[in-house]
Design a protein. Structure first.
Lengths: 764, 166
């Protein structure tokens, strides 16, 4: 059977499913070792305080306890969690020690690690540790943070980690002559990725060989290995980090957390394997939070709806420390406020304010979910002010295909220019309107039907992908004629094994069953891997695999040419089975000595998937309840490798976005106590919440920046959900003049907005 | 203390602490790691197993409470030879991504379809609303369960739908 180029673009059922469906996935907590110790971590219950004493004597004395580790056991200077992205010197004063040294700065910060024979004994021992902390005034929100009255880092003299600024054109001139200006203050709430598998690690120290093996790696294993090697003072080559099956990432899993030092350190100290699995409460307190942002922005327009400029200030609550990718969300809040629209003049700064809350990091669509809410809300308000049609207003200002590549605002410091790569933004908007039957449903907008107001909204998004600098791959022709594919990308549940198998098999011109496997993530598969973030795996890893396949085929030709006494260029590889030379002389590939080839893909540009969302809701003004009657997402993802998985990404991320829009909230009180420490308090969507939604995924405009033509996909569903749902609710309640300016749109919040609007009307 | 029960048709006897949950007993004492633990407080449903035919959260049940019971885990609803109709339907509809919630979805759906092979979409959503999934948005899971109903009709052989044994 001829299989050339038939796999890419086909809805191949996933290879991973065969083990997951049978309960044979192997997640890190599924592993066990002889003689293994279990770790449990004592976490601060005080948001801000000075550590006076930690008494671990009783815990150490408990039968079954092996040891208790505090900052003292770690040595003179406790290592810090580094910045992986935007590693500016400005952030260094705010780095997190891997275990609390002299102060605690958020509820959940690690104070001590207990190693014991069973997890239960380790947890029992936590209760025996006596902690004496002198409480300091907690910094509970960004306003308190900006006052600098109580400082998280006294020596830094400020709670502001940095201010980023995004600039394009000359905003002052644009506003000087503007016929219309509107200023708004809008806010998104702290919430988080919440993958279903809690974090975990298993570390083994081999004293005789001086080697560490760590299971439970994800996302950026090579960076984490580099970091750990420095911290432990061992060569990188002495550490292997293994990627097991991973129960979801969404940006949060796999970053270097304090435990990524503590557990390997404990294993070396104890000379025995150490396993740690967090519980859900720890997960909610310790894994990266995200999305807590506020803006105070002005938009300038002509009266007929051409956007002239956007300026103002944004504030991001980054929590207690700057760690790994904690600046990305804030950076994106500044750079992507303009989204897919042509806004010629921009000047937005964003202040990163430290508070006594869990540190933040990226969560699917970082900074983009926030800015889509800000911008799309603003656009609907402007359209209403100017009496413009909401759709026409958007259409007029979307970046057109002729303007590609389109330069967006530049960020300073850490100067970062970026451009939108390709696409027809108007086409996805039109398709979205058509799918939801906009013109027909428009008649329902604002109507009260059976006690509920109907509302309609549409919004547009862009989604960045394909972060560089590099990805590596290696393909081996095995002695049995099969092929093994190794790649530096990481699988976090998104189906990489299948998608990469499709790319590799097509490139090698073989059927998928000729692949012995796609081996990814772990630090021993390739020399230098870069992992999975910024929707980069298909573009970066996929292109590296293409390169390796091309080089492998060339290497096969060279070796076969020697056997066939001809030039390599004269050799044809037939169906990946044999090499045929001039005159039909052939050699089976199984007869060649083992051949392997390394490939790489280097990239400095980004891909931009784009599209539109539209929603139809019914809002009960008495209960504040919103029912989603219909929702359509249209996205153009460049060239699609597997329609089944990319569609799954779209729908899945959309429902996650609806969670952020409607229900999810990591609430804190003024003492810095997390009020939502269980899944009974932190609500995420269930099967009955959003049954009516659809995603349409297109591949009309391949990316020009990579050989596959692919774009990063999987975040577009989440990005526009907040803005579109808020606009739909505003549209439904337009008779009452309700304007949501904050998420999530819980029944309580909507009920309060309705009450306030009604009492305003009465008093007017 | 010692507890005896049947798991996936096999008689087992385990020596456990009274406070050990059934989930931890299955995972760490019997090495049946297909049952996953996502929250340990009965909300996420990843640890769902069948106890005497009923879908039960094994993180909310102590191992000692399983004395004399018939426990079936996702491994017991699987076969080496090929996927069951329910599993095939999950695969076809791309009803799983990271796979962590999947065993709980399979056990819950199997219990539902065994009791109510003609349930409608609303009923499927109601029952599955006790199982959290963070990847799929649930739409394909509901589609997969609805399509698998055909295999649970009374005229279909039980062994065909539940792997090696049921």
């Amino acid at each position: 059977m001829r299989t050339v180029n038939s796999l890419i673009g086909s809805p191949i059922e996933r290879l991973e499913d065969l083990r997951f469906l049978r309960g044979r996935g192997q997640y890190v907590d599924d592993l066990a070792r002889q003689d293994m110790l279990h770790a449990a971590i004592l976490r601060s219950s005080v948001a801000h305080g000075r550590i006076r004493a930690i008494d671990v004597a009783s815990a150490r004395a408990l039968a079954g306890v092996h040891s208790v580790i505090t900052a003292k056991e770690i040595g003179n200077r406790v290592p810090r969690v580094p910045m992986r992205l935007q590693p500016l010197p400005d952030f260094e004063p705010f780095a997190q020690p891997v275990i609390a040294e002299s102060k605690v700065r958020y509820v959940g910060e690690a104070l001590a690690v207990v190693l014991a024979d069973t997890p239960a004994i380790a947890e029992d021992a936590l209760g025996l540790i006596e902690i004496d902390i002198e409480p300091l005034p907690p910094v509970a929100d960004r306003q308190a943070s900006a006052k600098d009255a109580s400082l998280l880092f006294e020596e830094a003299g400020t709670n502001r980690a940095i201010t980023f600024r995004a600039v394009r054109g000359d905003v002052a001139a644009a506003f000087a002559g503007a016929p219309y200006v509107r200023r708004e203050r809008l806010r998104t709430q702290r919430h988080m990725a919440l993958p279903l598998e809690p974090r975990g690690l298993l570390a083994e120290w081999d004293a005789t060989r001086g080697r560490l093996t760590i299971y439970g790696g994800a996302k950026v294993l090579f960076f984490n290995r580099r970091t750990l090697a420095k911290q432990l003072g061992v060569p990188e080559s002495a550490i292997d980090i293994v990627e097991n099956d991973v129960g979801g990432g969404f940006g949060a899993r796999g970053e270097f957390y304090p435990e990524d030092f503590l557990i390997p350190f404990a294993a070396r100290l104890a000379g025995r394997p150490v396993k740690w699995t967090e519980d859900r409460r720890e997960h909610l307190m310790c894994m990266n939070h995200a999305r807590e942002a506020e803006c105070d922005v002005e938009i300038a327009c002509t009266r007929d709806g051409t956007i002239l400029g956007l300026r103002g200030h944004a504030y991001v609550d980054v929590g207690a420390y700057m760690r790994t990718n904690g600046a990305v969300g804030a950076r994106n809040v500044a750079q992507f406020m303009s989204g897919p629209y042509r806004i010629p003049h921009i000047d937005i700064d964003v202040a990163l304010q430290l508070t006594n809350k869990t540190p933040v990091g990226t969560y699917r669509g970082p900074g983009r979910f926030e800015t889509d809410f800000f911008r799309e809300r603003l656009l609907d308000m402007v359209a209403q002010d100017l009496g413009l049609d909401r759709v026409e207003f958007r259409r007029r200002n979307l970046v057109s295909q002729q303007e590609m590549p389109y330069q967006i605002a530049t960020i300073t410091p850490f100067e970062s220019k970026d451009e939108l790569d390709s696409g027809d933004y108007h086409a996805t908007l039109d398709r979205c309107l058509e799918e939801i039957k906009w013109s027909e449903k428009s008649k329902l907008a604002g109507k009260l039907i059976d006690g509920r107001y109907h509302g309609l909204a549409v919004g547009c998004f862009i989604e960045g992908g394909a972060a560089g600098p590099k990805e590596s791959a290696r393909i081996v022709l095995e002695p049995d004629g099969g092929y093994s594919v190794y790649v530096g990308s990481s699988a976090i549940g998104q189906g990489l094994e299948t998608v990469f198998a499709q790319i590799a098999a097509d490139a090698l011109e073989v059927t998928i069953d000729r692949l012995r496997g796609v081996f990814h993530g772990s630090t021993f598969y390739v020399d230098d891997g870069y992992g999975a973030y910024h929707s980069r795996s298909v573009v970066m890893g996929g292109s590296a695999i293409l390169d390796a396949a091309t080089k492998l085929r060339e290497a096969i030709r060279v070796q076969a040419a020697e056997r066939l006494n001809c030039e390599p260029a004269e050799v044809e590889i037939v169906e990946g089975v044999k090499a045929v030379g001039p005159g039909g002389k052939a050699v089976a590939l199984t007869e060649l000595s083992s051949i392997s080839a390394e490939g790489a893909f280097l990239n400095k540009k980004h891909t931009y998937t784009y599209g539109a969302h539209a929603a139809h809701v019914a809002v009960d003004p008495k209960l504040g309840h919103v029912e989603l009657l219909d929702y359509v997402l249209v996205a153009d993802c460049g060239r699609i490798i597997n329609p089944l998985t990319v569609h799954g990404q779209a729908v899945g991320s959309l429902v996650q976005g609806l969670g952020g829009a409607m229900m999810e909230h990591l609430a804190y009180d003024q003492e810095g106590q997390l009020l939502t420490g269980s899944l009974a308090d932190y609500l995420i969507p269930t099967a009955s919440d959003f049954p009516n939604l659809r995603a349409i995924v297109l591949e009309n405009h391949p990316s020009p920046i990579n050989p596959l033509g692919a774009k990063g996909a999987g975040e577009g569903g989440i990005i526009a959900a907040g803005g579109v749902m808020a606009n739909a609710v505003a549209n439904a309640l337009s008779a009452l003049g309700v304007q949501p300016r904050e998420l999530p749109l819980t029944p309580t919040r909507i009920w309060e907005l309705v009450q306030a609007a009604q009492s305003n009307k009465k008093s007017a | 203390m010692s507890v005896r029960f049947r798991v996936n048709g096999r008689e087992v006897e385990v020596d456990v602490e009274p406070r050990l949950t059934l989930a931890d007993c299955l995972r760490h004492h019997l090495r049946l790691t297909g049952t996953h633990v996502g929250c340990e407080h009965g909300v996420c449903g990843a640890c769902t197993v069948l106890v005497d035919g009923a879908a039960v959260r094994s993180c909310l049940m102590l191992a000692v409470q399983a004395e004399g019971a018939e426990v079936v885990t996702v491994e017991g609803l699987s076969s080496d030879a090929e996927l069951t109709p329910l599993q095939k339907s999950f695969r076809k509809h791309h009803a799983l991504q990271c796979g962590f919630c999947t065993p709980g979805m399979i056990t819950t759906a199997h219990a539902l379809l065994s009791e109510e092979p003609n349930c409608d979409a609303a009923r499927v959503r109601e029952v599955l609303s006790g199982n959290l999934c963070r990847c799929t948005g649930y739409i394909p899971i509901v589609e997969a369960v609805l399509e698998a109903r055909a295999a649970y009709q009374p005229n279909e052989r039980a062994s065909d739908r539940s792997g090696n044994r049921a």
